[in-house]
Design a protein around this ligand. Structure first.
Ligand code: KIV
Length: 272
């Protein structure tokens, strides 16, 4: 089953089927109805209303200024523009770290705007919050590795999980999120070998960005994939507009490259 042949919106169960069948899951970030329509037409299975909108839509240097209402506004637009893709909304900085109750309240706003799942950054320290939300009807996606909301703690946008201790911590964080009930984890900017190990140790979907090709799927930031400014493009970015006849064609090429495993290539991955 793939998004191209479904006539309804995909569910978590549909994504689980793709995962169990070993088919790579394709996720794009998306922020508006026009691109949602275009990505839907290219068979993209999941759209993430990422807090990267702080950078690519609002022009900030970090994702920190993004609010719950910003994400809710863009989630509603993406929902209106798409009929098929599974919709995930990012929980912005400061909207979930205080307490499980705070996280739940803000996640409710995002689900009411049209999200089918919310994503939050962090590992073991967020496990109780994830459990609280999942038990109350909110599917959760974790996010490990380079977590942009912690840019000031990390000291910049740097590859994470390097070295034995850091790799071990990340593996434990992934297991803690799974145990708490998360059904998907984004792995950002970590060595490919570590992402492979994390993916192998879990029974849930991993979605990589700068994490090699062995994750259960890939997420592309729309502005990266279509070579839209602003921002310096990271090592893991491929410009799918190169050689494409249209944005639709570029989106179809991205889907094909992820599905057949030709993206990401060795030149897009980090060593341990
Ligand atoms: O906000 C975002 O776009 C993200 C992706 C990079 C995974 O979190």
């Amino acid at each position: 089953m793939s998004a191209q042949v479904t006539t309804r919106r995909l569910t978590q169960a549909d994504l689980a089927k793709l995962y169990l069948a070993g088919e790579k899951i394709v996720m794009f970030t998306c922020y508006d109805a026009s691109f949602a329509r275009l990505l839907d037409g290219a068979g993209i299975e999941t759209m993430l209303i990422g807090d990267s909108l702080g950078n690519v839509i609002q022009g900030h240097d970090t994702t920190l200024p993004v609010t719950v209402s910003d994400i809710a506004y863009h989630t509603a637009a993406v929902k209106r523009g798409s009929d098929h893709a599974f919709i995930i909304a990012d929980m912005p900085f400061g909207s979930y770290q205080e307490s499980p109750e705070q996280a739940y309240r803000n996640a409710v706003t995002l689900m009411a705007a049209g999200a089918q799942m919310v994503k939050l950054e962090g590992g073991s320290e967020m496990a109780a919050t994830v459990e609280f939300m999942v038990h109350r009807g909110i599917p959760v996606c974790g996010h490990l590795g380079l977590t942009p909301q912690s840019v000031h703690v990390l000291g910049g946008y740097k590859v994470q999980g390097k070295g034995e201790a850091a790799a071990q911590r990340l593996k434990e964080d992934a297991l803690a999120l799974q145990k708490a009930g998360a059904t998907m984890i984004v792995l950002e900017a970590i060595p490919a070998g570590l992402a492979t190990e994390v993916t192998a140790q879990l029974d849930i979907i991993t979605i990589g960005i700068g994490a090699g090709k062995e994750t259960s799927g890939q997420v592309l930031v729309l502005h990266d994939a279509f070579d839209i400014p602003p921002g310096k493009k990271a090592k893991f970015v491929r410009n799918f507009m190169a050689g494409a006849s249209s944005i639709h064609d570029a989106a179809c090429r991205a889907v094909a490259a992820i599905k057949d495993g030709s993206y990401p290539g060795p030149e897009h991955t980090y060593a341990g």
